[in-house]
Design a protein around this ligand. Structure first.
Ligand code: SAM
Length: 294
């Protein structure tokens, strides 16, 4: 079911699928607790791991750091600064191509993901590329790492949209960062939740409330949640970061590059370039230094 894959990376596809499958009553905007959300995420990403890699692996590369569907690469954007020697945590790493790129730059990455099958893709990527990085299976809401263990945390679309309590995720990441550390992450631009993923004029019409934070949930034939994705407004996200102890440093909204033809969504390249789509934002934030040595 290819449309599921589109949905995940861009968010815009979510709305398209939502419209498409509402008719069979297996999709809803409905509250879902944290445990059910985690179970749905693990189940979905385990079952989707091979398809995700098949569809997006070439775009993401085996040892490359691509921030978003616009094709922004860390090698050009340099959002992380000099990474050589840095202890870096990759959150929701999937196949961990970002960590392998970081390792090749001399960094010391650790990559974790909730999904065992996604980590299987990471091991396959290590074999193909000849670059190995430590892999850990863990939930982003309960990190098995010591306080201050890393100097940088990064993710391209990993975990954040798929947890019920993203404020807690921010607190966990802040906890494992050393004073002066940084968290740089990319997620779907929240404005995308308003629109259908339609490349034509219909994609320019607001159909959902920006203020509706109710998760998007899919159910299997037995009524068990099989996928959930979360929306937060920009204000929510900034409040979560600041509440966790971060200081917001920047918010980057990459434009769709002219001539960039590889789409993640169903074709909403950005509805004629009027807004950030297929959407992603990349925000950087720095924890407020805690007491003790920097
Ligand atoms: C859209 S994929 C992104 C993967 C990778 N960062 C990339 O750029 O392709 C989202 C990833 O988040 C992971 N994920 C979802 N919920 C998670 C959680 N609670 N803790 C850790 N990882 C999670 C999924 O297993 C999946 O690998």
């Amino acid at each position: 079911m290819a449309s599921r894959l589109r949905r995940v990376r861009t968010g815009s596809g979510t709305l398209w699928l939502y419209r498409d499958v509402m008719s069979n009553d297996r999709v809803a905007r409905r509250p879902l607790d944290s445990d059910a959300t985690r179970r749905a995420a693990r189940r979905w990403w385990d079952s989707d791991a091979e398809d995700y890699q098949r569809e997006h692996g070439a775009f993401l590369g085996d040892a490359d750091f691509v921030w978003c569907p616009e094709g922004l690469r860390e090698s050009d954007a340099r959002l992380l600064g000099d990474v050589a020697g840095r202890r870096i945590l990759e959150v929701g790493c999937g196949a961990a191509s970002c960590s392998r790129w970081l390792a090749r730059q001399g960094a010391r990455p650790v990559a974790f993901d909730l999904s065992a099958r996604m980590l299987g893709q990471a091991r396959a990527g290590a074999r193909r590329s000849g670059t190995d990085v430590p892999l850990v299976q863990a939930d982003a809401l309960a990190l098995p790492f010591a306080d201050g263990a890393f100097e940088l945390a990064v993710t391209a679309f990993g975990a954040i949209p798929f947890v019920a309590d993203s404020a807690r995720l921010m607190r966990e990441v802040h906890r494992v960062l050393a004073p002066g550390g940084r968290f740089v992450f990319a997620v779907t631009h929240p404005m995308r939740w308003i629109f259908l993923d339609d490349p034509g004029e219909r994609g320019l019409v607001a159909v959902h409330s920006y203020f509706d934070r109710t998760p998007y949930v899919e159910y299997d034939e037995r009524g068990v949640p099989s996928y959930a994705e979360q929306h937060r407004t920009l204000g929510d996200r900034i409040r979560e970061l600041v509440g966790a102890g971060f200081v917001l440093d920047d918010l980057i909204e990459p434009e769709w590059p002219a001539g960039h033809e590889q789409l993640w969504g169903s074709g909403a390249r950005c509805a004629a370039g009027c807004f950030p789509a297929p959407p992603s934002t990349s925000r950087t934030a720095e924890p407020v230094p805690a007491a003790g040595p920097a």
